[in-house]
Each structure stands twice: as structure tokens, then as C-alpha cells.
Ligand binder design. Structure first.
Ligand code: MN
Length: 197
């Protein structure tokens, strides 16, 4: 798979270039970007190992713990990508509008047999992540589990943990459709970016 920089032309897209740096956030973050590309999807990204590990979630996250959402791994994104909201030009990789749908700090809540927290790094390597999201729309635990066999091998499943923040009646993907940083809808982002040109 081509890496992040190889896929993009930074003369044409406003996305940040991936410049190697040792700088990372004091506390790791997550971002979910609603991306109106060829197919509308939600990019779920977790800061792990000084990068944003990324999955494309076609239906977006659910707060109903009985719902499993397909999460297809995509290339690592630079941490600066968590601040990107705007329009990727048509014809470029991922051409379409990107909204910061939710964002916040994260912490692992996966424990070993002795009750000790397992790091997000080790959880990612093992293909089984349990993470608490401190977002504006999403809170509480989520599990992200790699499928190790069958015809879906290599894909992951995203599901809400059955905790105090679980709520089968909520449907944030359809009811909360504005950016958590700018308050804009996808249409407003697209329109304002066009006016800038
Ligand atoms: Mn995307």
C-alpha cells in the first residue's frame, strides 16, 4: 500500500504533509472525520505510536452496543491531520469535503489478567483495542477488533462498549451532522471553501 505522502499532491490539496517529527500530544487524541468522497464515510483515527492509525467506517460509529460497524484499515495519517477540515479537490486522492465530526482525548481501558492497563500501542499490535473516547458526541468505551479469519480477514469491527454512555436510542451519525470545531454542515464547508478560491 502506498503511504500517506505518496498518495497526495501537496501542490493541489490543502491537507497537511506528513513531516517526520517527534512531537506528539501529551495526551493522545482521536478524531472522526466525515468524508463526502466517492462514497460518504467516516474516518476513525486514533493517536497511536506518534501517528494517527486510521480506519474507514462506511456507516459511522453507533452508540448502540449491539451494533457492529465495519472498519476498514487505511494508511497512517500525520497527527496534524486531526485539524484538517476543508475540501480536497476533485481528481485528487480522496477528493471531496472533510468535516471534523468529533474529536477529543482518549485512554486505553483494556486490562491484562492482573488488571493492569494495556497500552494502545500493544493493543493495536494485538488487533484488539478498548478505548475510552472523551469527545463531544461520543463518550465512553469503544472496542475495535481485527478479524483474524474468514473472508473479512484484515478488516476490523467497531462497537460501543455496554457502559453508562451506551444508548441504543441515540443515532448521532444522523442527528448530529455538524462540525465540532466550526459548527458547519458539509454543504456549508463546501460553499465557504469555494468562496475562498
Ligand atoms: Mn476518507
Amino acid at each position: 500500500m502506498k503511504n500517506y505522502n505518496e498518495k497526495r499532491n501537496f501542490k493541489k490539496t490543502g491537507e497537511p504533509e506528513d513531516i517526520p517529527s517527534k512531537k506528539k500530544n501529551k495526551e493522545p487524541i482521536f478524531v472522526i472525520q466525515k468524508h463526502d468522497a466517492t462514497n460518504l464515510h467516516y474516518d476513525f483515527r486514533l493517536e497511536i505510536d506518534n501517528t494517527l492509525k486510521s480506519w474507514s467506517v462506511p456507516k459511522g460509529p453507533s452508540t448502540d452496543p449491539s451494533v457492529k460497524r465495519m472498519a476498514i484499515p487505511t494508511e497512517d495519517h500525520p497527527i496534524a491531520y486531526a485539524d484538517f477540515e476543508g475540501v480536497i479537490p476533485q481528481g485528487e486522492y480522496g477528493g471531496g469535503t472533510v468535516m471534523i465530526w468529533d474529536k477529543g482525548k482518549i485512554e486505553s481501558n483494556k486490562k491484562d489478567e492482573d488488571g493492569k492497563i494495556i497500552s494502545l500501542e500493544d493493543s493495536f499490535k494485538a488487533g484488539s483495542i478498548e478505548v475510552i473516547l472523551h469527545g463531544k458526541k461520543l463518550q465512553g468505551g469503544f472496542n475495535l477488533v481485527e478479524m483474524k479469519g474468514g473472508n473479512m480477514k484484515g478488516n476490523w469491527l467497531l462497537m460501543k462498549q455496554d457502559d453508562a454512555e451506551a444508548d441504543a436510542r441515540r443515532n448521532p451519525v444522523s442527528t448530529q451532522n455538524k462540525s465540532v470545531v466550526s459548527g458547519r454542515t458539509l454543504k456549508q464547508i463546501e460553499k465557504e471553501e469555494k468562496n475562498k478560491e
